[in-house]
Design a protein around this ligand. Structure first.
Ligand code: SF4
Ligand code: MG
Length: 324
């Protein structure tokens, strides 16, 4: 669970001192076991910074992390324990595997380091890991090198290596965006199997709201470092409460797009050094009202567990306006 996570990066070489990039502001979310939570946003929305904060690779400016309701400690021991529970799967499976080592080596290493396995145990466990990510028969893959596998197979190996540590939480940052369209679904289905069969808590970070709807139980939409809407995936994608979520959904899904989505025609995401006043989305929002530029909207309930930060949800601020 993350509570109020905030990350401001100092700006180096800026003209004025003391300027910061407000990459993540006051983000709270829970990752229950056996569920997939998707964080959706354009590039520059803060979603990758958020996933790094959740791995503790980056220290937050404010906010805290909890595991099983207990604050995560800062001692070296607590850090090691945390690293064993929370594993990050990266976007590019090629760069995360070492070209000079076989798949067997990649899988044996964490088994040795984290679980002290030796000799034949190591190979048996390595083979099991490959079976868990549906690379079977394992013998066909163990002595291969990363370049001998397809992108999808490499991402499966990277996930298998993560599983070797026996994490309870998998953080997958754009795990399929570098893969060919034809194999993306297989990797998403693998994540779904791991959620179901192994009860992992999965955070799926993506710019693609359609895939978030496909895979996730809960969708969290980020804009300019802030959560603008969250709730059950079907609810958020069928009846979005925030104009930005509607814009994301209307951006034609293009399965052949490899680049992070940029919503054309309505301007670009704002600078996070001097973000817009009030609602950060107001310069791009087709429904903006005067209040939007002045005061940041509070997070309000929309329907059921769905919440959004938008003045349209305030009947007093938006008289006669109903979210379409
Ligand atoms: Fe648009 Fe105003 Fe809602 Fe922001 S608060 S999304 S500017 S209507
Ligand atoms: Mg990113």
């Amino acid at each position: 669970e993350a509570r109020g996570l905030t990350k401001h990066f100092p700006v180096h070489g800026g003209l004025r001192r003391g300027r910061v990039v407000r990459a993540v502001e006051d983000v709270s979310l829970a990752l229950p076991e056996g569920t997939v939570t998707a964080v959706v946003g354009e590039s520059g929305s803060g979603k990758s910074t958020l996933s790094r904060l959740l791995t503790r690779l980056t220290a937050p400016t404010a906010g805290e992390l909890l595991l099983d309701g207990e604050p995560v400690g800062g001692s070296a021991r607590a850090r090691r324990a945390y690293a064993g529970q929370v594993h990050l799967v990266l976007q590019d499976p090629f760069s995360s595997l070492n070209a000079v080592h076989s798949i067997r080596y990649h899988l044996r290493r964490p088994l040795k380091l984290h679980h002290g396995l030796r000799g034949s145990e190591l190979d048996a466990h390595a083979a099991q890991l490959l079976e868990r990510v549906s690379l079977t028969p394992a013998e066909r893959y163990l002595d291969k090198f990363p370049h001998e596998l397809s992108g999808g197979q490499r991402q499966r190996v990277a996930i298998a290596r993560g599983l070797a540590v026996r994490p309870r939480v998998l953080l997958a940052d754009e795990p399929v965006s570098m893969l060919d369209v034809s194999i993306r679904l297989g990797v998403l289905n693998l994540l779904d199997e791991l959620r179901e069969r192994e009860r992992l808590a999965i955070l799926y970070v993506t710019h693609d709201i359609a895939s978030a709807r496909y895979l996730a139980d809960t969708v969290v939409v980020m804009y300019a470092g802030q959560v603008v809407e969250s709730g059950p995936a079907v609810q958020v994608t069928d009846a979005p409460a925030h104009p930005y979520t509607r814009l994301l959904l209307s951006a034609a899904p293009d399965p052949h797009r490899r680049e992070p989505v940029v919503l054309r025609g309505r301007g670009a995401p704002p600078s996070l050094i001097d973000p817009p006043s009030g609602c950060r989305f107001h310069p791009r929002c087709p429904l903006a009202m005067p209040v939007c530029a002045e005061t940041a909207p509070p997070v309000r309930p929309a329907a059921g567990d769905q919440v959004a930060a938008c003045w349209l949800l305030d009947p007093e601020r938006a008289p006669g306006t109903t979210p379409a």
